[in-house]
Every structure is written in C-alpha cells, then in structure tokens.
Design a protein around this ligand. Structure first.
Ligand code: FE
Ligand code: CA
Length: 507
C-alpha cells in the first residue's frame, strides 16, 4: 500500500463544490503570495464532512481574469490534520502585478480570486492604498463594509484582530442588539474553533473581500478568549488548559487564513509578528500583542470579569512596572532593531491590535486608563515611543483597532506629557460589526486627551489609507446600517498628515 492508495480520489462533481468557504490570498511578497482555500462538504460539521483522507487539489495562477494565460500551476494535498485547508506559497511571480488564481478538486472548481504581489524592493512607488479592518462579531451585524470594499482600488487589506469572537454573548443587552445567530456555544476544542471559523468564512461579503485582495492578518484576544495574556485566562483556566485552548485556537486561525508555513503554530506557539516591504514606499511591521504579554495589571477578583477594566491613574502602580512586557523580549528586540535600522522605505507603517496613543478615560470624577491596552503596559510602551522618536525622520504611521471606536490621534513623544511633540500619527479602525464602545464616555474624556483629534463610537466600518511620498490620507468608511447586508457606505471623517511633520489635519 503506497501513498497513492491513501489519497482520496476526489469524486466531487461540478455541482457539489467543496469550495463553499471561498478562496483567499495573503502575505504578498515581491515574487508571490499565499493562496488559500479549505475544502468542506458540510462547513459546520466537525471535520467539514471531509473524512480522514488527504484530497488532491490542483491550483493555477494566471495573468488574466479568464485564466487563459496561466503562469504557474501545481498539485497539492488538502490534509485532514489541517482541516483540508490548502496554503500554496507562490514564488517566481513578477513584482507589483495583479494575478488571478483558482483551485480544482475532481470536477469541482473554486471561484477565481485576485491577488497582487508587492512591488520590487527598491522600486520607486508613488502611492499605495490599503484598508484596515478589525472586530467583526458575527452576532451584531452584517458585513456590507466588506461587500463595498471590493469596489475600492486598494492594494492590500490589514486585519488587525478579532477576526472571530469566541463568545456568543447572552446578556440581555447583547440579545437586544443581536442581528444574526451563532448556532453553537463557546469553543474549547480544535473542532469547535474550526466550526466557528467556518461559520465566519461562510459569509459571502467576507468571501468577496478575501477573493479581491491579499490580506495581511494578525490576531487579538477573541481569536482565543477575551483579554487572555501569555499565562492568564480571563475565565481562569489553569495554565495547561489555557495553552491547550490557545493551541487549538491558533491552529484553527492558521488553517483559515492565507498565512505562510512560517506562521504555522507548533502547539501553543506561533510566529505571527513579521515584516513586509512595498517598494521604497512602505516598510510594514505587523505585531503580535497577545501571545507574549505580561498578565493584566490589577485584575478584579473572581468572579468579576476583567472586561474593559478601567482603573484610576493612581490606583494601579503595577501597570507602570518596568519589567512588564507587551511584546515579549524577542519581539521587542526585533521591533527595536527594525526601528533602529536605516530607513528601508519612505514610511514605516506599524500594524497592531490596540490603541497605540495614550488614552485617558473618565472614571467618575477621576481619570483612569484601561488595563488591557498599552496604558496597562506603560514602560514597554514608552520604550517603543523612544525608538520611534529616535528615528532621523518622522515617518511612522501606526494603525490599531480593539476598542470598537474610530480614533485619529497624534502620538506624543512622552506618555507622561500628552502635550509633548507628536512623533507619529495614529489611526484606530472602528469595529466592522462588533458592539460599539461607549461614545459619550469616550468623548467626555476628549478634553483630557489633547493629542486625540477624533473619536466616534457610533458607526461600523473600516479605515482606508492612501500613502503617497509626502502625505498620508486615512478615511473612516462607515456603513449606514450595520444590520443591512446591502448597506451603502459613507466617509465619517478623513485626516491627512505630512511625511516628516506628524500633525493630523481634518479634511
Ligand atoms: Fe473587538
Ligand atoms: Ca480585542
């Protein structure tokens, strides 16, 4: 019995497509990208209804939409231990070019996806446009924002975390806002997380956005569990159980995203932080702010949850301890080196999950801060601010998400002095569909946050940024009605900043 006999000859007919979760591409390099699909017979069945045998899948890449001018093709196996997902790392393509791709299993053919390689490393690139998205809870809305994004002329999509939400919330307030059902409970096992990802991928709007652009994705907390840290679970799992759950969650995330082999988890560990180059215009740094971080400072005592825990400024000295880490030692050193190198491109764009500017909150009469964000990790935050400030040019733009509000802010040089000179510009993308933050409470704190130029927690959508050599423009694109899958979009606000002179200007 050889290998061949243990590979299922796919008996798919053209009408019984195993490609109902769509296709995707990601992590574009100058000579290629990853193309992705996952085969399922029944998306929400524990193993996708695919059985235990590998399935032969052919793929092809063409220079035209009708797939006539095929430049690369191959055969691969969709493996049961990877949920019959397929990740093909394309090589040898031309830089800065659009390609189309598709998969075949038996007589069944996937839809055709479109991707775009990064420009050549030193190519002179006048401008690029990307979208940033985050926080897309299935229950609380439809994804018209993705449906409409497809019409944008953008080069790539950054996903900044909370791609899935592990917890279908059952609080009365949550149920009132519910738009659609999550038909199962909180995931614990690998097959539970696979089913959740399959549910999210079953939506035609997100499939369209994946098929239209290469995505570069990082996770936040809800891909595993709300507010987890390297060694602590909010649901107070023992460490061994947390690591097991993390391994299952990371594995399912990798299986469902267009990620390279280098990002494939090994148990509870995965190398998600990484760097991309888009010609001489953008040096893109993507961070992982979950996997290695110190426990939350000043946690509430059980059984009270830590969700959105805000503490008074003087009530939590632990948050200021220099030994705390957000990125872990290795990643922080890596980032420091990236920032200390001579500039590789005109702009450094940092894609990360959280609000990166300090953000004071109202706590009754007092001022406070959220322990789950960078403010709960003050010392490592200031260390990174110092690295950005030490660059010879003010060339840094930081993207974030997490807080379920759109924010535009100048990033001050010193955390302790919000009026200190701006060293970078910051845009926080609002939720694609998750429940909104407390708008009134955030805006009430605006006078205490002079560096924050805009806050809005009333709308859902994404952020679209256009970087040219001398300026960056970011627009908050929001849906008229998150409950409507066909909603149109409008621009909530647009800001511009100049290269070399970070100061947001509202357009
Ligand atoms: Fe979120
Ligand atoms: Ca989050």
């Amino acid at each position: 019995m050889g290998l061949v006999s243990s590979v299922a000859r796919p008996a798919f007919s053209a009408s019984e497509s195993p490609f109902s979760l769509g296709v995707a591409s990601g992590d574009p390099w100058p000579d290629g990208a990853v193309i992705w699909t996952r085969l399922v017979r029944d998306a929400l069945a524990p193993d996708g209804g695919m059985g235990a045998l590998p399935i032969e899948v052919t793929w092809e890449v063409a220079r035209d939409e009708r797939m006539r001018d095929v430049v690369r093709s191959g055969v691969t196996l969709a493996m049961p231990e990877l949920a019959h997902s397929v990740h093909v790392e394309l090589r040898g393509l031309e830089p800065g070019r659009v390609y189309w791709y598709r998969f075949r299993a038996g007589a069944a053919e996937s839809s055709t996806g479109r991707t775009r390689t990064a420009p050549a490393p030193n190519a002179a690139v006048p401008s690029l446009r990307f979208a940033a998205a985050a926080c897309q809870h299935w229950m609380y809305g439809h994804w018209a924002a993705y449906r409409r994004m497809v019409d944008d002329d953008i080069d790539f999509v950054l996903h900044l975390g909370d791609y899935i939400y592990e917890a279908p919330s059952s609080s009365p307030a949550a149920v009132k806002q519910k738009v659609r059902d999550v038909p199962f409970d909180i995931p614990k096992s690998l097959s539970d997380y696979r089913r959740m990802h399959a549910l999210y991928k079953s939506d035609p709007a997100i499939q369209a956005a994946h098929a239209a652009f290469p995505w570069i994705a990082i996770w936040d907390d809800h891909e595993v569990e709300n507010d987890y840290t390297a060694t602590r679970s909010q649901s107070r799992l023992a460490l061994g159980a947390l690591l097991q759950q993390r391994a299952a969650a990371y594995q399912a995330y990798w299986e469902h995203m267009p990620l390279r082999m280098a990002q494939r988890p090994l148990g509870p560990d995965a190398l998600l932080y990484r760097r991309f180059a888009f010609g001489d215009l953008i040096d893109l740094i993507m961070l992982d702010e979950r996997q290695y971080r110190s426990p939350l400072a000043c946690p509430l005592q059980p059984p009270r949850p830590d969700r959105n825990h805000v503490v008074a400024l003087d009530a939590c000295p632990e948050a200021f301890e220099p030994a705390r880490t957000m990125l872990g030692q290795d990643q922080e050193l890596w980032l420091a080196n990236c920032l200390a190198e001579p500039a590789r491109a005109r702009w450094v764009v940092i894609g990360q999950q959280l609000v990166f500017a300090p953000l004071l909150r109202k706590l009754g009469e007092k001022l406070g801060f959220a322990t789950d964000g960078w403010d709960g990790y003050a010392a490592p935050h200031q260390r990174i601010l110092d690295r950005i400030a030490a660059r010879p040019n003010r060339d840094t733009l930081v993207l974030g998400g997490d807080i379920h509000a759109f924010i535009a802010a100048d990033i001050p040089a010193r955390r302790s002095d919000l009026g200190s000179p701006a060293i970078a510009s910051h845009f926080v993308t609002g939720p694609l569909s998750s429940r909104l933050a407390d708008h009134e409470r955030l805006t009430a704190a605006l006078p205490e946050n002079p560096h924050v130029k805009f806050v809005d927690a009333r709308r859902h959508g994404y952020t679209r940024c256009t970087l040219a050599r001398d300026r960056a423009l970011c627009e908050f694109r929001v849906a008229d009605d998150v409950r409507d899958p066909d909603s149109s979009l409008a621009t909530l606000a647009a800001f511009e900043t100049e290269w070399g002179k970070p100061a947001l200007r509202r357009l």
